[in-house]
Each structure stands twice: as C-alpha cells, then as structure tokens.
Design a protein around this ligand. Structure first.
Ligand code: ATP
Length: 259
C-alpha cells in the first residue's frame, strides 16, 4: 500500500476566506487509515473552517480535499458518502423520541434498520432505556452520545468530530474516547478538533497545531513535545517541571488569550 492509498483524507494547500479575511491559509495534511488525527489550535485558529471545507459546507478559495480517493469538488457525493459528521445536539428535533431520531437519520443515509437494530445501537451507548424519551429531555452528555452514534451509523471511512468531548464529565469523556478508538479499530479514521491537550495526548496518533490559519507543527504528540522540550519559551511556561503538550502548545501559539 503506497502512502496515497493509505490516506483516507488528503488536504492539499487548502485556503478558506470569509470576505477579505483569510481564515485558513494554504494548509496541507493527511489522515491515514486507522488513524486518530487531532487538530489543535487557540480560539479562532481555523479548525472549524477546515472541517467545514472538508465536509463540503464551505467552498475553499483554493486547494484540494480528497476523501477516500474522491476529490470533494469533482465527486462531492462520493466524498460525502465516505464521511461521518457529528452534528451539534441542537441539530436534532427535541420533540422526537430518541428512537425516532435514530430511525430518521438511518433513513437519511438510506439504511433500513429494524427497531431491534436501533435498540442495539442505543444499548451500545447505555441509552436503551431512554429510547422512548424525547431527545430534548436527554442530558447534554447523553445527547452527545446519540449524536456520535448517528455520525457512524452508515459505517463511514472517516469520522469528523468537532470538539466531541466538550462539556462531558470524566466518565463520559473516557467512554467517548473508547468509542473513538473503536472506530479506529474497525480500520476507519477519525479527524477531531479539541482544546484538551490531555485528549490529544491520550487518543490522537498524530496532531496538527494550527494558529492564525496556518499549521505550525504536525507530528505525534510525543514527537512534538520532544522536539520542543528544550526551547527556552517552553521551559519558561512549564508549570511543574515536566514538559507537557500544553506547555509546547502555549509556547508555540503564545500566551495571549484570543478574542
Ligand atoms: N461565517 C464567518 N464569517 C466571518 N468570519 C468567520 C466565520 N466563521 C469563522 N470566522 C472567522 O474565521 C476564523 C476561524 O474561525 P474558526 O471557527 O474556524 O476557528 P476555530 O479554530 O474553530 O475556533 P474555536 O476554537 O473558537 O472554535 C475566526 O477569526 C472567526 O472569527
């Protein structure tokens, strides 16, 4: 298998603008089969804009996105069929029963799942007993679990997760990490954004740090730490002697809080 075949996603020279403002500037990276890849960056760095361009929701100024061998401009339907996208909980109709939400999205993806199939999916996320509760009555974490299951219901090659664990308690977060790893075990790939350095270190095989629309580091979390551990700026921001990914991240992106 050559590198091109090993890639589920290739982003090549992608740029995205809003009017005159260039939010993503000529970024390139790839996500390989069986890989969990993290996009890290301060607020406003361009992470969501990058995901939106990959999803085909934003038209890039330039650059190419290839998903499972399909160019997203030339073969948008093929490219999209290989993608699973986690929707915000607010995208789901709160008045529908949980089981109906899953049935609806199974239908959207052209799947005919029986009631038992859907209950099995809910059992998988410990929500079988909530099947006949209204979606809007689930807790935030429960809604997030449902939305993750929906993003993988059609068995996509690549799952895109925008800050999947924000707002989850530690138990739910660990469980979600296990689910993300289970997606990888199936030979699929995951591209996620996160502000959690712990998450990046725990689940991501490789990460890209993006700032002001540009990639400033790309490698395994450990390699990035090792490469920068002796930088004076990293040592100066380090809090407890041991150099962490967060120290390197802050040293590379600056201490200033973004607007
Ligand atoms: N629809 C829009 N119109 C104009 N500017 C936008 C729009 N969406 C995003 N931006 C700007 O583009 C830049 C990148 O935003 P983006 O949402 O991609 O960042 P992000 O890295 O996902 O940030 P966060 O961590 O805060 O979610 C920001 O400066 C943002 O203000």
């Amino acid at each position: 298998m050559n590198q091109q075949e090993a890639n589920i996603l290739t982003v090549d020279g992608l740029s995205v603008s809003y009017g005159n403002f260039q939010a993503v500037q000529n970024i390139s990276f790839d996500v390989r089969k069986g890989e969990i890849f993290g996009l890290l960056g301060p607020n406003g760095a361009g992470k969501t804009s990058t995901l939106s361009a990959i999803e085909g929701l934003l038209k890039p100024d330039s650059g190419a996105v290839t998903v499972d061998g399909y160019n997203s401009i030339e073969k948008p339907l093929h490219a999209r069929a290989s993608l699973g996208v986690q929707l915000q909980s607010t995208s789901f109709q709160p008045e529908l029963f949980v089981i109906e939400v899953l049935q609806l999205y199974a239908g959207v993806y052209g799947l005919s799942l029986s009631k038992d199939d859907i209950l099995a999916l809910l059992r998988d996320i410990n929500l079988e007993d909530q099947a006949f509760k209204k979606f809007g009555q689930l807790s935030g974490g429960q809604q997030q679990r449902v939305s993750l299951v929906i993003s993988t219901i059609h068995n996509p090659k690549l799952v895109l997760l925008d800050e999947p664990t924000t707002g989850l308690d530690p138990q739910s977060r660990r469980q979600l990490w296990e689910r993300i790893e289970a997606i990888r075990e199936k030979g699929h790939a995951v591209l996620l954004t996160t502000h959690s350095m712990e998450e990046a270190e725990s689940v991501c095989d490789r990460i890209a740090i993006i700032d002001h629309g540009k990639i400033i580091a790309i490698d395994t979390p450990q390699e990035i730490i090792d490469k920068h551990r002796d930088d004076p700026e990293v040592i100066s921001v380090s809090r407890r002697g041991k150099i962490t990914l967060e120290d390197v991240f802050i040293a590379l992106t600056g201490k200033a809080v973004r607007q």
